[in-house]
Design a protein around this ligand. Sequence first.
Ligand SMILES: [Fe+2]
Length: 235
Amino acid sequence: MPTMQPFSIHTLELGPMENFVYLIHDHATNRAAVVDPAWDVPEVLALAEKHGMQITDILLTHSHHDHINGISEVLDRHDAQLHLMKSEARFWDACLDMPTLHHGGDTISLGETSIKTLLTPGHTPGSACYHVGNDLIAGDTLFVFGCGRCDLRGGDPEQMYVTLKNMVDRLPAGTLVRPGHNYAGKTTVTMEEQLEGNPFLHFDNSDDFTHYRMHYHDKHRESPYAPVRKGEEMK
Ligand SMILES: [Fe+2]
């Protein structure tokens, strides 16, 4: 069925940690934003070239190495503007050359495509998601039937609980979630499917969520992640 949206999203699975790297392609201008460039930049650039895209922007969901290790290689070839959250830049403390810093709720214009930024702390203090059309590029905040770890430096399970609650409350049920890793062997699910099968969205208080995130999940769940019915998180 023909789509009326002004953009398309191309997905690449790259590197030893099953990272997803995304290219958002604005059809009117052929501008492209690469989200979390890492691991195999030649493959990213080849895909852009194949579709006639010019990479003008780099969007970061967060500053972990597996999401950023291709930035300089992209910048060697393209004069692209780097975007990230102000709180992530502060946390990262890297020497960034004139990035555009966002606060969450503001919009990035890519030709005729508008990309809304969401500040989603929990995995890191300045983690971001990018909402474009019906798609949510979610980084390590929300996986298919999982969520990001909160035990690394800068992680905070209580913040993650609030972040996920806000996402459930504010995102339409049909939103397609596009995560930062392929932990479920599945590229995307809707928010509605997440509500059904993602155990991290089943808790109604921060303490239970924190216990599950910090002490239970990684010891008891197998990867790839299968959906979990509500009430069966600890089974
Ligand atoms: Fe991460």
